[in-house]
Design a protein around this ligand. Structure first.
Ligand code: MTE
Ligand code: MO
Length: 538
């Protein structure tokens, strides 16, 4: 009776892992060297958009929690690495499963139709990957057709090789020369040694090829985006506008102005869209008398607006690092919209990013708030690729999820529409919650304790920050003049020295006196609330 040996299937899985790892490293090198698609990232990004929003939200929350609980480092950076690793691992596992299946089928067929089965397995995996990479992928800079053909070819080679490996290991099954009954007898030990040797060689080849592919990719500077090199940042030559404030940050407080490289990055892309600024056009369509196309230079001709802004991600837990402050430069949307020649009924702008991300913003908001802007520079230099080059929107008081990066087009529409994350179950409005954080507590010179940190409430301002130790009385902190009404406020507080272990808690009040929400709630779906506390032993 025809049966399938578990061992053969397990071997197929192992061979599949190694073969696919080699393929992935070749894909990686080819991506970095020649702009061919990198399937693992394309695949992961495709899946991100496809899976139910609640599942993704749960995934994001869990990832942020794990990174923070284990203290793995900057949340956004580690999360992005984890996503990339998941994409790579996902493809390798899929490859392993298909190779195991191929081995099972071949085993069932006793090695007959080997070529046909191999090509079948190859196509089963190659066609979906090739389609994903050519239709939705953004890692490639070559044409979709070239992407398709390349991925197809690579996986055909993969499938044919897997089939040939099966043939090499197949003697475990009776070859025509060995009758079925004797299989487990005389030939067995020979087969085992051969197989072991073979797997060892394959493992050796996997290591060599995977490492060289990875190195070739890493070392090739070709696709490394270095748009920012050599550009003088605004902060390199300017003092901050609040430099004269008498309240200075306590040593150990986070930088008031976040270095660009340290600014968190959150988006639905394992790799930022690679946009050529010269060829880029902002397309305006929908309810306008005539569709428009604007270049970056066109936008720069408008009077520019500079604003110090604190951006935060709705997924940021209380005290998290998914928030940052820099100086944004761009053009007020109110000023720009005046040139759109809107049609009757126009009520909202639907803003589309190059990665398929989108959000709507009402004309009412734009017309009533000059600070809503399209920004093309951060810290005086063109937006970095990860932060939305060439254009992103800013809407005061809202979390980052409402503010597309890599803007490609604006559609004028006649009604509100839920944006990318709203469709996936996050808050419709995404108004920033008031938050306050203790960055540092240290014992001061004169038997007192100095605490420092930030407080932020979108564009609503901070009127008061208070601290307390354990259940003691609330004490008022001193507020440093903020960089603007849109940024966090740095505070400092001096408290009497208390030896031993104590819990320090902070709370803030918005500009109009509204207290920060003290009840704890997780980031999902409306942004985290609750008071930050830290246990300190002095
Ligand atoms: N095109 C695009 N824009 C986007 C996103 C995205 O995934 N794609 N993510 C949003 C979210 S959730 C946040 S928090 C901010 C983060 O901006 P930053 O990465 O520059 O800090 O970008 C927003 N704009
Ligand atoms: Mo976000």
């Amino acid at each position: 009776m025809a049966s399938v040996s578990r061992r053969v299937v397990a071997t197929g899985f192992l061979v599949g892992i190694m073969m696919t790892a080699m393929i992935v490293s070749c894909l990686y090198a080819a991506w970095r060297l020649a702009g061919l698609p990198f399937v693992p990232f394309d695949f992961f990004d495709w899946l991100t958009r496809l899976l139910p929003g609640r599942l993704i939200a749960f995934g994001i929350d869990s990832m942020v929690s794990v990174i923070r609980a284990l203290g793995l480092g900057p949340t956004a950076e580690i999360a992005k690495m984890m996503e990339q690793a998941m994409g790579i691992a996902g493809v390798i596992i899929i490859g392993a499963v298909f190779c195991a299946l191929l081995f099972a089928v071949l085993d069932y067929l006793r090695g007959k139709h080997l070529t046909l089965a191999s090509i079948g397995a190859a196509l089963a995996i190659a066609v979906p990957f090739a389609l994903i990479s050519c239709l939705t992928g953004r890692t490639a800079t070559v044409s979709p057709l070239a992407s398709f053909v390349w991925v197809l070819l690579v996986f055909l080679v993969w499938g044919v090789s897997c089939g040939r490996f099966y043939a090499r290991i197949a003697p475990v099954r009776p070859t025509p020369a060995v009758p079925v009954g004797e299989r487990a007898g005389g030939s067995f030990s020979v087969v085992r040694i051969n197989r072991r040797l073979f797997m060892l060689r394959l493992a050796g080849a996997t290591v060599v090829i995977t490492v060289s592919g990875a190195l070739a990719g890493l070392l090739s500077g070709r696709r490394v985006q270095r748009k920012a090199v050599g550009l003088r940042r605004w902060s390199a030559t300017h003092a901050l506008p609040n430099a004269g404030s008498p309240v200075t940050p306590v040593t150990g407080t986070r930088p008031e102005y976040t270095p660009l490289e340290k600014h968190y990055r959150i988006d639905i892309d394992t790799f930022p869209p690679d946009i050529d600024g010269g060829g880029w056009r902002l397309k305006i369509s929908g309810l306008v008398e005539e569709p428009l196309e604007m270049t970056l230079d066109d936008l720069r001709k408008y009077q520019s607006l500079d604003q110090f802004i604190t951006l935060a991600c709705i997924s940021n837990p209380i005290g998290g690092d998914l928030t940052g402050t820099t100086r944004w430069t761009g053009v007020s949307l109110k000023r720009l919209v005046a040139d759109f020649r809107l049609k009757q009924g126009a009520s909202h702008l639907k803003i589309h990013g190059a990665d398929g991300f989108y959000e709507t913003v009402s004309l009412e908001r734009i017309m009533s708030d000059d600070r809503v802007m399209l920004a093309y520079a951060w810290d005086g230099i063109p937006l970095l690729p990860e932060h939305g080059f060439p254009l992103r929107v800013y809407i005061p008081n809202l979390y980052g999820m409402k503010q597309p990066k890599w803007i490609e087009s604006i559609e004028v529409i006649d009604q509100w529409e839920p944006g990318y994350w709203v469709v996936r179950g996050w808050d419709r409005e995404a108004r920033m919650k008031a938050v306050s954080v203790i960055d540092v507590v240290e014992s001061g010179k004169e038997k007192n304790v100095l605490a420092g940190g930030i407080a932020h409430a979108g564009s609503r301002g901070i009127s008061r920050v208070e601290l307390r130790v354990d259940d003691g009385p609330w004490r008022e902190a001193k507020l440093r003049t903020p960089l603007s009404g849109l940024t966090w406020v740095i505070w400092r507080c001096s408290l009497p020295f208390l030896p031993g272990n104590h819990i320090y808690t902070v709370r803030c009040f918005e500009g109009d006196g509204t207290p920060q929400i003290a009840t704890s709630s997780p980031p999902d779906p409306s942004g985290a609330t609750g008071l930050f506390s830290r246990s300190v032993s002095l």
